[in-house]
Design a protein around this ligand. Sequence first.
Ligand SMILES: Cc1cc2nc3c(=O)[nH]c(=O)nc-3n(C[C@H](O)[C@H](O)[C@H](O)COP(=O)(O)O)c2cc1C
Length: 349
Amino acid sequence: MFYDFSKKKPALFLAPMADVTNPAFRSIAHERGADFTYTEMIHSDGFNHGDPYAKNRGFSIQDVPYGIQIVGNNAESIAKAAAGLQDLFKPAVKVIDINMGCPAPPITKTGCGAALMAQDYGSPNHPASIVRRVSDAVELPVTAKIRIFKDDEKTIRLAKSLEDAGVSAITVHGRTKDQMYSGNANWDIIAKIKKELSIPVILNGDIVDEKALQSAMDLTGCDGYMIGRGAIGNPHLFWRLKSYLKSGEPENISAPDEFVVRIADLNQYFLLLKRYDLLPHVNIRAHAQWFTKGLPYSREMRLKINELHKDVKIREFSDAELTVERESLGIEIEEIFNEYADKCRQDYS
Ligand SMILES: Cc1cc2nc3c(=O)[nH]c(=O)nc-3n(C[C@H](O)[C@H](O)[C@H](O)COP(=O)(O)O)c2cc1C
């Protein structure tokens, strides 16, 4: 098993998120309390054809177990990439996860992500067939991340077929492909899947705070809870949830303290991005916007951040130039953050 579910109950997972869960972000999430993290999805064809960016997403900064997620449209390509990624990142990587739930049209139009769920049983590219093929190609355990169908029975059948095919655990995002990210995640169907399966089930969708976590735990009794959007710009959420799981009480954090924590996280994030040459690959402005969300003065900060280096045409930059550009942007963003942190402290003193 890639994670000892019997040890830490329940486990908190960081969701794989493209353009978000890069190695630096995963490292901070782990330090704040995420028990397990997955890489952003790595396209199997991209990796198999030597795309350097695909490799760039797969490593880990810390010596802690993590999983690599692969997206692709056929069993052969996914299996080949899985074997290659396993060899490249062993022994740190502990599991290969297969993306069967991404609903974004550029992904599904090419038969990847949630489009796999529409394949016929028995076809070589049905999710269960893919799991069998990938399991044959790698020594690592394999997990799957799916969405739900409108029809509960259909969803349970798919989950069971994945269990039979040998997945070590399954993550279920409680929305259909067509829902994309709208409406509420359906945790009732996840509760049914948990009852039907013997392998660990990880619930995903709408865990944004202590209350949501508690409700999802009460309803489903799942083995793990995977957090996506709630952690964007806010890896500190893992610390809050972890301390809630220990004490049973939500932490009452004052606005200035929240500010200090977010600044510390952002500073560390910049530091790691620089240290590991990740700056050219990360949209630093977007991350800064996310880190300010919900803070006092967030509107003012966001407007100021938007104005920084507004007319710079980064499309024409080399990686080296991009690094310099993003480093200076990062320093200016930190200055804005620090300015408003002082204001916030004065407001509350
Ligand atoms: C920006 C963004 C990128 C995402 N990228 C991936 C991805 O690479 N692989 C994947 O399986 N899901 C991806 N997802 C979906 C999330 O992993 C998760 O299933 C979804 O956000 C629901 O969880 P949440 O309600 O906690 O956000 C992405 C979601 C977002 C918002």
